[in-house]
Ligand binder design. Structure first.
Ligand SMILES: [Mg+2]
Length: 157
């Protein structure tokens, strides 16, 4: 009887009998991946445990600051409520990215960093308010990306 060797690399990846497997939305994809890719997945799992866990408390703080300032705070009910609420918040995230673009065009790296921070703050405010575990989503997506290869869907960029 053949021995089955399984090494778990987190929720979305494992090595079964020396073959690297990643679970995508549609199911399991089997790949013969390099040792380097497996090491990258291990690093993602380490980051999930050690670093990404700080995202949740940061979202809590952002929501509280925004609430105290009387600014918009996304709520779980916004997902099913006003159909223009989430699109408006996404448009504001876009606007921060546009401000970062303007800062880049002016060569203002300090302002560029601030606008990039605004993108992240607005994104985390929205996902936290909607009770989305962004840390989990980031780690899961990074594991998928490890298994995706050089180009995505044949696109150039
Ligand atoms: Mg801004």
């Amino acid at each position: 009887m053949a021995l089955t060797k399984i090494e778990y690399l987190g929720e979305n990846a494992r090595i079964l009998d020396g073959v690297f497997q990643v679970t995508f939305d549609a199911g399991v994809t089997w790949m013969n991946k390099s040792v380097l890719d497996v090491e990258l997945v291990r690093q993602v799992e380490h980051a999930r445990r050690e670093h990404l866990s700080s995202i949740f408390p940061l979202g809590e703080i952002i929501n509280e600051i925004n609430h105290n300032n009387g600014w918009n705070v996304t709520k779980p009910s916004d997902w099913e409520g006003d159909k223009y609420k989430i699109p408006a918040v996404l448009a504001l995230i876009h606007s921060e990215a546009s401000e970062a673009l303007e800062a880049y065009r002016k060569g203002d790296k300090e302002n560029f960093a601030e606008e990039c921070a605004d993108v992240f703050i607005r994104l985390l405010d929205m996902t936290h308010g909607l009770e989305i575990d962004l840390a989990k989503a980031i780690a899961d997506k990074l594991v998928k990306n490890v298994g995706r290869g050089y180009r995505h869907g044949g696109k150039v960029v």
